[in-house]
Write a protein that binds this ligand. Structure first.
Ligand code: ATP
Ligand code: MG
Length: 422
């Protein structure tokens, strides 16, 4: 066996305590925000049958072609995948448990997602999303509400410099017409296509529009536009979404080349983008996916949703200068001697019964070294118990910001500490 230090898997990050504080704060803000719109939490497994993602996301997408952590279960040969996103699992869960057809559902989940991408700033192999899905809603009102709720979150978090890009992908018939036109257009310019585009020319030409290859941008810009093929229904839906956003003063930019990296979208698609994070500037993305539920085996049901990239959002918060106060410790309990140790541990539990945050000194040491630790902990109050106090069933209370130490009975300790803290 080698003695080499083991490291985390490339592109998968530890979130250390200092940073985890920001995560906790963020998760609480997000939960309150979601509940204020009536969304309810759902939790799906991290591992799903590979077939789910192939069917839901599409065989010819970046995710399914090259980003999935797929493996064979060594014990029974099942084909499994670490989830690369949550929408497919959410639709699967809703169908499996028959949640959908009696009443529409507003659902959210959060947690790690896995994609085998090239790790770089804002792009990891394990990253976290908060996913928000509304299933069983067909109208433009829910599309607008979801966008509106994003805008509310940005302002609640104090994020500046986030802009909204909006597009519509229309419905199946128009996409088919557009697809045929795209194929013939790109066939005429075959010599200008890169390897990815050539491969996708017949399997999924719409994906070519999503290419990030700078050499192809000119070709893409002049390609036949889906906008010219859209049916009246889809256009009206899109107009209404826009009208609602205007009524709420949510600014947006129509981006006709916004097609999203997954196959299941139709009609409204959107991305929230920031210029402050360099190349990985999309912090939140989503749209309508009316075909997905049927695709994963249910009766057709309209739906719309979005996912936020938590790492990118937190990076943006830090970029904007967000600093959190350290979590507070109310009391540090210092003790020396066997009897004192027993009383100290009892007293600490008593203080916690009263919802105080208490650090009980562990590991011995002189009073002086323990007091240093009490100081460093940031506690407002130190409770000091020596054998002398312990014999008398008493404790000394010392305000850490200065002031006199007082000695009180254990029965009145909680009250004394509380008075000093307030
Ligand atoms: P990109 O174009 O950046 O690859 P995407 O279209 O693949 O993004 P989605 O599947 O829509 O991303 O996921 C929603 C959000 O999740 C993204 O907008 C982004 O904020 C975040 N995200 C996606 N992939 C990663 C990743 N590998 N690392 C960190 N965050 C990610
Ligand atoms: Mg991607």
């Amino acid at each position: 066996m080698s003695n080499e230090t083991l490291q985390a898997v490339r592109g998968m990050n530890d979130i250390l305590p200092d940073e985890a504080e920001l995560w906790l704060w963020f998760e609480e803000e997000v939960r309150d925000w979601l509940h204020s719109y009536g969304y309810r939490n759902i939790r799906m497994p991290l591992v799903e049958p590979t077939a789910l993602f192939k069917r839901a996301i599409g065989e010819v997408t970046d995710i399914v072609e090259k980003e999935m952590y797929s493996f064979e279960d060594a014990l029974n040969g099942d084909h499994l995948t670490l989830r690369p996103e949550g929408t497919a699992s959410c639709a699967r869960a809703v169908l499996q448990h028959n949640l959908l057809y009696n009443a529409p559902q507003r659902l959210y989940y959060s947690g790690p997602m896995f994609r085998h991408e090239r790790p770089q700033k804002g792009r990891y192999r394990q990253f976290h999303q908060v996913g928000v899905e509304a299933l069983g809603f067909a109208g433009p009102d829910i599309d607008a509400e979801q966008i509106l709720m994003c805008a509310r979150l940005w302002s609640k978090l104090g994020l500046r410099d986030v802009t909204l890009q909006l597009n519509t992908l229309g419905d199946t018939a128009s996409r088919h017409r557009h697809r045929a036109k795209l194929i013939s257009y790109f066939e005429q310019h075959r010599d200008m296509l890169d390897a990815d585009a050539t491969r996708r020319l017949h399997s999924n030409p719409l994906r070519i529009l999503d290419s990030k290859n700078p050499a192809m941008q000119e070709l893409i810009a002049a390609a036949p536009r889906l906008a010219d093929e859209l049916e009246e229904d889809a256009l009206r839906h899109f107009d209404e979404v826009q009208a609602m956003l205007r009524r709420h003063d949510v600014a947006f930019e129509i981006n006709p080349s916004l097609v999203r990296g997954l196959d299941y979208y139709n009609r409204t698609v959107f991305e929230w983008v920031t210029a402050s994070l360099g190349a990985q500037g999309t912090i939140c993305a989503g749209g309508r996916y009316d075909g997905l539920v049927e695709q994963v085996g249910g009766k057709p049901a309209p739906a719309t949703g979005f996912a936020m990239g938590v790492e990118r959002l937190l990076a943006l918060l830090q970029e904007d200068g967000m600093v959190l106060p350290k979590p507070e410790v109310d009391v540090y309990v210092v003790h020396q001697g066997e009897l004192a140790g027993q009383l100290a541990s009892k007293v600490a539990e008593q203080l916690r019964d009263d919802r105080l945050r208490v650090l009980l000194h562990c590991g011995g040491g002189s009073f002086k070294s323990q007091m240093k630790k009490a100081d460093a902990s940031g506690a407002s109050v130190a409770v000091v118990i020596g054998d002398d106090e312990a014999q008398a069933n008493e404790a000394s209370v010392k305000p850490m910001q200065g002031g006199d130490q007082v000695r009180v009975s254990v029965q009145t300790l909680v009250a004394t500490v509380n008075k000093l803290i307030k």
